[in-house]
Design a protein around this ligand. Structure first.
Ligand SMILES: C[S@@+](CC[C@H](N)C(=O)[O-])C[C@H]1O[C@@H](n2cnc3c(N)ncnc32)[C@H](O)[C@@H]1O
Length: 426
């Protein structure tokens, strides 16, 4: 029960599907259908629960609730014939020892949903699919209209974005996509991404347009990377490392996780790009030599990635944010030690929570007087609404992508360390 694992145990949808032997044993078409049911359930959870609530006197155990939720997702949002969804779900519940006593309830509730579920769900605004704490925090920060637009993006599967080593226009043509934001190739891909032309040859890697911007912004702020020492802190699985290498930097990539560092190595091998890899805990370790440019893509709540990972909004809790901000502060402090005098430090997070974003940078600047924000120029090919680039900080909202089809929520700040001459002058 992958959805129950996401809701009850904080698992990622992909990993709980991958660990589920019943799903692994399916043929590729059925496996894709199971994945679609899980994702649709998480994309529509607020509406689904609102349909179920009046039909349940007391909330059933989590597993039973998950059976009900996935059945409603199929009937209401995936156009599965009600008799098939009800029949299959009741069979699954009866075969599950822990849930079997609830099979009569499940049958009765789903028969009612079959009658009125679609009409009931249509009355519930999609904004309710965001958990309440995110809805209110984002409304306060970005306004209701933006959150409504984000809710529409949550409801649909996102396009696939690729970063290419060279020639975005040529690859867009070859793969049947479009170029967005000047450099990213955007595709409507359903199915096996690794089978696409250019994957094996390492000509491109999957990377949301927003996730590709920190490396682009840092390159612009540094006037290029050629001949420069560049550190990618918190680098794995290496989307940004590959960009920094392709841009010509002498790159060292750091990460704590062995498994993720292995993925980073495989990605660099496939794309035939070269970086020095260091596995280290950056809350403790400081490299001996400093760098001209340092990119810290810090661990965060990832709430900005809800289009691609609808599980994040359900398995993150408001109480998770404060411990993350402590880790971000510590990593920023250590990152600062890696920056050469006159060098540049970029901080980014794929979070929509301001506490993980501008608040961290303001706190850092108070404690580190030799760093200041770099005034940022517009990003070529990306027309952001006014105010989104604010001095040295950029806020990217999912609802403000160049083609209206969404992008990850991201935050970027660029800071420069004073060099020795600056210190003498002041
Ligand atoms: C947001 S992800 C990085 C994504 C990566 N920059 C990319 O573009 O592919 C954060 C990374 O930070 C790493 N990490 C978390 N805590 C760390 C620490 N204390 N020291 C080093 N790396 C850490 C995680 O293993 C994870 O790979």
């Amino acid at each position: 029960m992958a959805v129950a694992d996401v809701m009850g145990r904080g698992f990622r949808l992909e990993s709980s599907l991958a660990k589920n032997p019943a799903i692994e044993g399916l043929d590729p078409r059925d496996r894709a259908f199971a994945r679609a049911i899980g994702a649709t359930t998480l994309r529509r959870l607020g509406q689904i629960d609102a349909v179920l609530a009046p039909l349940l006197k007391t909330p059933p155990p989590g597993r039973v609730q998950a059976y009900l939720q996935t059945a409603v997702a199929q009937m209401v949002f995936m156009d599965v014939a009600p008799h098939a969804a009800v029949g299959d779900t009741v069979t699954l519940v009866k075969a599950d020892e822990k849930s079997e006593p609830f099979s009569g309830l499940v049958n009765a509730v789903l028969r009612k949903v079959a009658e009125t579920g679609k009409a009931d769900a249509a009355k519930i605004p999609p904004i309710r699919n965001f958990p309440g704490w995110l809805r209110s925090e984002w409304t306060r920060l970005y306004g209701k209209a933006a959150v409504r637009r984000m809710a529409l993006l949550l409801a649909t599967s996102p396009p696939l974005d690729l970063s290419v080593k060279n020639d975005p226009d040529g690859w867009a043509k070859k793969l049947g996509g479009t170029v967005v934001g000047g450099k990213t190739v955007r595709l409507d891909v359903i199915g096996n991404v690794t089978a696409l032309e250019g994957f094996k040859e390492g000509e491109w890697w999957a990377q949301d347009i927003s996730a590709s911007l920190p490396a682009r912004v840092l390159e612009q702020a540094c006037g290029g990377f050629v001949g420069k020492r560049v550190a990618d802190l918190c680098a794995a699985p290496g989307g940004k490392t590959m960009q920094l290498c392709a841009m010509g930097g002498d790159v060292t990539a750091f990460d704590l996780s062995e498994a993720r560092t292995e993925r980073l190595k495989r990605n660099l091998d496939r794309t035939q790009l070269d970086a020095t890899i260091v596995m280290a805990d950056l809350t403790e370790y400081t490299p001996e030599k400093t760098f001209d440019a340092v990119l810290l893509d810090a661990p965060c709540s990832s709430t900005g990635t809800f289009r691609r990972h609808p599980d994040v909004i359900h398995n993150r809790r408001e109480r998770d944010i404060t411990p993350l901000t402590r880790l971000q502060d510590t990593l920023l402090k250590h990152a600062a030690k890696c920056v050469s005098p006159g060098g540049t430090l970029l901080y980014s997070v794929c979070s929509l929570q301001e506490r993980e974003a501008a608040d961290r940078v303001r706190k850092f600047l108070k404690a580190m007087p030799d760093f200041g924000l770099v005034k940022l120029a517009p990003i070529p090919g990306l027309d952001l609404p006014e105010g989104r680039i604010d001095g040295g900080m950029i806020r990217l909202l999912p609802s403000e992508s160049p083609d209206g089809r969404g992008m990850d929520g991201f935050f970027i700040a660029v800071l420069r360390r004073a060099d020795k001459t600056d210190a003498k002058e002041t």
